[in-house]
Design a binder for this molecule. Structure first.
Ligand code: BJW
Ligand code: ZN
Length: 252
């Protein structure tokens, strides 16, 4: 266990064509967005089955909307952190690169990452339950605190993936392609317990990738990784990119 990338990881990253980075809520902690699990996590204060399922939404759409409006206001006020920015640089240094994220906060795109695959949706988008029409805030009719579709009158919901729902098919397929093609796969700031997303790191390893985990504490996947970098993603990722830059400078 180390906080420093090994010479082996730097050697691989400077030579390989295809790198995939899989991210979770820990990635955005240093921006001020809370994680889900753990002492300070969202699920320590709220019950997922009352807020993050279709049943919960059908039972009490107003409550679910209040919760998402609250989270949206937190996310709108924060900025991408040094970890997000380091991944933008890593993308520029790599021939084929993708961020596969479970995060709905849009911070990878706001930082400037180009290829971002969002497995659990995006809190900035909504769609109509009845006609599937995408909606932004301005296009809805509010009825008792719940946005309704201007076209068909149906209830509008956040475009995020709740428990018991399938992941968006195109994104999942793109994530599997990026995972099985990866020569180095970094899993960053995720507890790795929510499936099917959590199956990606070991899928990468089985497909021949060098598997690296960045986390502040060990997770169920730690025992299976090739390299575990313990620490904050906002510190480890910039160090990694800086070490790669130095290595490239020495070679040229
Ligand atoms: C740092 C750090 C720093 C902190 N630097 N690191 C058994 C029972 C019931 C259901 C299931 C079951 N087995 C499987 C299921 C299915 C279920 C599931 O996996 N449940 C498990 C929890 C048991 N999965 C689903 O339902 C999925 N769909 C599905 O399976 O479809 C098929 C199906 C269809 C029909 C019927 C049944 C199945 C959908 C999952 C959707 C997940 N949705 C959420 C909410 C999104 C919307 C929203 O935000 O409101 O997605 S839940 C939440 O968890 C969110 C996250 O994306 C996801 C993953 O969490 P993540 O990112 O890993 O965060 P944390 O908090 O867990 O971890 C943070 C980590 O960061 C920690 O490790 C820290 O140490 C670390 N850290 N600071 C680096 N600075
Ligand atoms: Zn509609």
């Amino acid at each position: 266990m180390s906080a420093r990338p090994s010479a082996e990881l730097l050697r691989r990253l400077s030579r390989v064509q295809c790198v995939t980075v899989f991210t979770g809520a820990g990635m955005s902690v240093e921006s001020g967005v809370p994680t889900f699990r753990g002492k300070e996590g969202i699920w320590s204060k709220f019950r997922p089955e009352e807020l993050a399922t279709m049943d919960a939404f059908l039972r009490n759409p107003k409550l679910v909307w209040e919760w998402y409006a609250h989270r949206r206001s937190i996310i709108a006020d924060v900025q991408p952190n040094a970890g997000h920015r380091a991944l933008v640089e890593l993308e520029q240094m790599t021939k084929e690169f993708a961020v596969v994220t479970q995060n709905i906060d849009n911070l990878h795109r706001r930082a400037g990452s180009k290829t971002v695959i969002e497995l659990h949706g995006n809190i900035e988008r909504n769609y109509c339950l009845d006609c599937s029409r995408p909606h932004t805030g301005g296009e809805v009719v509010l009825e008792e605190g719940v946005p309704h579709c201007q076209r068909c009158g149906g209830r509008v919901r956040p475009d995020v993936v709740w428990f018991g729902e399938m992941l968006p098919e195109e994104e999942w397929e793109a994530a599997v392609r990026a995972t099985t093609a990866a020569e180095v796969f970094l899993s960053v700031g995720t507890s790795g317990v929510v499936y099917p997303a959590a199956s990606l790191p070991l899928m990468a390893k089985r497909s021949g990738a060098y598997l690296v985990e960045v986390n502040t504490e060990p997770t169920p996947m730690t025992a299976s990784v090739d390299e575990y970098l313990e620490g904050r993603s906002g510190e480890i990722l910039p160090q990694l990119v800086e070490a790669l830059r130095l290595k490239a400078g020495r070679r040229s």
